[in-house]
Design a protein around this ligand. Structure first.
Ligand SMILES: *Cc1c(COP(=O)(O)O)cnc(C)c1O
Length: 359
């Protein structure tokens, strides 16, 4: 076995301890004679896996009983439709903040269901900053406000929470569980699992219970939060194995000391990487200092003709998936929870060496 350092934006690295545990339990989960993949989702065994995972997530994030926690399929992208269908509640307008490629996709999809009020956009700035809150043009009558706390592609992250009078909706796919947040400030939080939670195929939705029960009448049952909340996310077959894997990841985070400890580690990793980029003329990161993502770090080389060599050589050095998103080019290192400080150190050593040889 030869596991390399993986900087993929998603599906992303998983904690090795979690993979070992899953391997150990793969064929025969806790002496029940079958794997989790082969269990009825209604069985006592799977229900205990599901309930433990939910309880651990609630404990880690401090999610109160005022919220339902849903374990769904369809990815974060499906939530781009589910959010307006569940939250418009008879209104025809919703507020959206446009800070990058994922915001844009959410806006585009919401446009099928309502009039989208783009309260602020950093598109003219090539999505390298977050528009100051006092410049936002929030429609106070709109049903909700949606934003993307971490733009996975542009590497732009909010380190503050917008204070608005309507339900706040956040696509936290690439920032959830990276640090503590105040769940009570949000109406809906959703996240595809494949960045910081587990394998792809699972999507977590955390929804304030007073927002349930108002879905548009034509909402497909599978997009209706109330249907899933009433059925404990088992209205149909849930993404059972992903749910189990997420549960193992939650236990791993608890053992690591919870979100405060995880956040400290993430901050150290990100600081090291940005400090290196800022102090080495060969590399650059375009994002304004206050909004640099602690999870996704895009960077460019002094000469993009060297991009190919960088990627070939970094891969040969055991550093996988550093290619930037096709829409922005350059490089991107995603340093989610499961990417160790050792991985970041190995990346920095390679970057220093590459710059010296090519600078
Ligand atoms: C990855 C990602 C998505 C898309 O997630 P899917 O699960 O592939 O639908 C949406 N938003 C953000 C912020 C992401 O990082």
């Amino acid at each position: 076995m030869n596991r390399l350092y993986n900087f993929c934006a998603g599906p992303a690295a998983l904690p090795e301890a979690v993979l070992f545990k899953a391997q150990n339990e793969l064929l025969d989960w806790q002496q029940r004679g079958l794997s989790v993949m082969e269990m009825s989702h209604r069985s006592a065994e799977f229900v205990s896996i599901a309930e433990t995972a939910e309880a651990d997530l609630r404990e880690l994030m401090g999610i109160s009983e005022d919220y339902a926690v849903l374990f769904l399929q369809g990815g974060a992208t499906q939530q781009f439709s589910a959010v307006p269908l569940n939250l418009l509640n008879g209104k025809s307008r919703a507020n959206y903040v446009n800070t990058g490629q994922w915001s844009k996709k959410a806006i585009q999809e919401a446009g099928r269901y309502c009039d989208v009020n783009v309260v602020a956009s950093s598109e003219n700035d090539h999505f390298s900053s977050i528009p100051a809150f006092n410049s936002w043009e929030v429609d106070e009558e709109a049903a909700y406000l949606h934003y993307t706390p971490n733009e996975t592609i542009g590497g732009v992250e909010f380190f503050w929470t917008p204070e608005v009078s309507m339900p706040l909706v956040a696509d936290m796919s690439s920032t959830i569980l990276s640090r503590p947040i105040e769940v009570d400030k949000f109406g809906v939080i959703y996240a595809g699992a494949q960045k910081n939670i587990g394998p792809s195929g699972l999507t977590i939705v955390i929804v304030r219970k007073d927002l349930l029960g108002h879905a548009e009448s034509m909402t497909p049952a599978m997009l209706n939060y109330q249907v899933h909340a009433d059925a404990g996310s088992m209205s149909n077959t849930p993404p059972a194995y992903g749910w189990y894997m997420a549960g193992l990841v939650f236990q791993w985070i608890k053992q690591a000391g919870g979100l405060t400890a995880i956040a400290e580690m993430n901050q150290r990793k990100a600081n090291k990487l940005y400090h290196f980029i800022d102090t080495n003329d060969f590399y650059a990161n375009p994002v304004e200092l206050a909004s640099r993502s602690s999870m996704n770090v895009p960077f460019t080389l002094a000469d993009d003709a060297l991009d190919k060599a960088f990627l070939t050589q970094s891969e040969a050095a055991g550093l996988l998936n550093l290619k930037g998103h096709r829409s922005v080019g350059g490089m991107r290192a995603s340093i989610y929870n499961a990417v160790s400080e050792d991985a970041v150190d190995a990346l920095l050593a390679f970057m220093a060496d590459f710059a010296q040889r090519n600078g």
